[in-house]
Design a protein around this ligand. Structure first.
Ligand code: MG
Length: 512
């Protein structure tokens, strides 16, 4: 029996030794992705947020980071919990032992920071531990003491290379940067410029994504100042794609599985470089540095009914994160409807690239919305010789279909030779879809929600068939009636029709 106990002690000593060696050997080789699981990867498998199980799931998924929140109990234990209260117990005013009277929904007890870090460095060198130190609600000084205790524990566990610190408490981060210069840390509150962060030794900006939408220049300035870029908490593919296109280092998300799947599919992951975009995150008329207007009511070559106004907020407005173009039954001179025809300008001309527009279409017989491109220089002569690219057209009398076309001198609807493809897309008026082209010297490919739906290839027989070797610009409009849109008349009860656009993004091939 004694001998048995002796062996157990020997085994424990050996395992303790190997534990130390393992810890000291851990060299980070962070997963080459941008995915930071917010409070661990908890959501999909219904794990408790900030549990060791959610951390382990983030590691299993191969996220480059897993975030968690640190607080300190009344008796100075560092524990992991997001809210200031744990089962209605205020953590800062409760002793650690009292917290153990409750368990997380998966049976875990509230993790201590020591337990959390040990779990995070056990057989893991790919997922960084993104340690949010919550400000103390008692005092700034207590917050700084928490930070000092965290740094000391991390040092003791030799975990520093695996850790990035984040906090809403700027003074706390400054204090930590002064104690340990060069420690990776990101500020959360969104009210410091990249230059201020750099001056204070804070190496990253981890801001709510709306901050970057409000200050798009901070993205470039962060890169110029070697400030790492992270955004929270991004749970939808549209925002993910935008941040990926903007070259963010990290994206913090409750949907790590979606982001891990999304990131390699994003245009920028396929070599496309974002060169022009409007996310429509402002209020008022469309940004005049990006958009202009075609104005008038002469029928536009198709006997259309509308008068296109210039900057009339009845017909075009940006709010709630999107652009809305509204056709409205309203007499304007000889025209019975008004509407808007928006054109990209001021460098809004491109020869080749990926152009994508996420939009929802108007409802009603007589509506004729279009997302399309015309030549800027008309180098091969008037329409249709210089070409036209219709990224998306829809006519209200065929509400379930959308159409993709090119027009050239040899191929156009006047002589019935246009190259068109229609597809069924029944929810185009209730759901947003991404209409895109990828255009190079050999072909134009048309996509709806990343599925290729049409292609027009360069035949090599000259401009009559392929005038698409010149600059084109983008148009967004709703026509009313006209030769095609009005083929079945205009619904007499119809008062308005609106096309809503979430974003316009233009990419060029990074190799060009
Ligand atoms: Mg947090």
């Amino acid at each position: 029996m004694k001998r048995c106990i002796f062996y157990v002690f020997v085994l424990m000593a050996i395992s303790a030794c190997s534990e130390t060696r393992k810890l000291s050997r851990t060299k980070p080789a962070f997963a080459p992705n941008i995915v930071v699981a917010h409070r661990g990867a908890f959501k999909k498998n219904k794990l408790p947020e900030n549990s060791i199980a959610s951390l382990q799931e983030a590691i299993r998924l191969g996220c480059t980071g897993s975030e968690f929140d640190v607080r300190m109990t009344a008796d100075d234990s560092l524990v992991i919990n997001h809210d200031p209260n744990y089962f209605s117990l205020p953590i800062e005013k409760t002793n650690y032992a009292a917290l153990l009277t409750h368990t997380l929904s998966n049976g875990e007890k509230i993790p201590t920071l020591r337990e959390y870090i040990l779990a995070g460095i056990n057989n893991n060198n790919r997922t960084r531990l993104v340690c949010e130190i919550k400000p103390s609600e008692i005092s700034k000084e207590r917050g700084q003491r928490i930070a000092e205790k965290v740094l000391a524990l991390v040092k003791e566990l030799r975990a520093a290379p695996m850790i990035t610190y984040i906090s809403f408490d700027y003074d706390m981060l400054k204090h930590m940067a002064a104690l340990q210069p060069g420690t990776p840390m990101q500020y959360l509150d969104g009210n410091k410029t990249p230059e201020e962060l750099k001056a204070d030794g804070i190496s990253g900006a981890d801001y709510h994504y709306s901050v970057f939408k409000a200050h798009p220049d901070w993205i470039k300035r962060a890169k110029q100042n070697n400030i790492r870029l992270n955004a929270w908490t991004v749970n939808d593919a549209e925002t993910m794609d935008w941040l990926i296109a903007e070259g963010f280092d990290f994206i913090t998300t409750n949907e790590p599985e979606l982001l891990l799947e999304r990131a390699p599919q994003a245009p920028s992951a396929k070599g496309w470089k974002l060169v022009w975009n409007d996310e429509f995150d402002y209020r008022g008329l469309p940004d005049s540095s990006k958009w202009g207007y075609d104005v008038g009511g002469h029928g536009w070559g198709n006997h259309e009914l509308q008068y296109y106004t210039k900057g009339d907020t009845n017909n075009v407005i940006v709010k709630n994160g999107r652009l809305t173009i509204t056709a409205m039954r309203k007499q304007e001179g000889a025209n019975s409807w008004t509407s808007t025809r928006l054109i990209s300008k001021n460098k809004g001309d491109w020869q080749y690239g990926r152009i994508e527009v996420k939009a929802k279409l108007p409802d009603g017989r007589g509506m004729w919305p279009a997302i399309w491109m015309l030549p800027t220089d008309w180098a091969y002569g008037d329409w249709p010789a210089s070409g036209e690219i219709d990224m998306m057209e829809n006519v209200g009398f065929k509400p379930d279909s959308v159409y993709f076309s090119v027009h050239t001198k040899s191929f156009n609807h006047m002589i019935g030779t246009q190259k068109t493809r229609g597809i069924s897309l029944p929810d185009n008026r209730t759901a947003y879809h991404v209409y895109a082209i990828e255009w190079d010297k050999d072909r134009i490919q048309f996509f709806c929600d990343d599925v290729q739906v049409h292609q027009f290839a360069n035949t090599g027989k000259g401009f009559a068939e392929w005038p698409f070797d010149k600059r084109f610009h983008l148009l967004l409009n709703i026509a009313v009636g006209g030769d095609w849109g009005g083929q079945m008349g205009v619904d007499e009860r119809l008062i308005t029709g609106a096309m809503e656009v979430e974003y316009v993004r233009v990419y060029v091939n990074g190799e060009w």
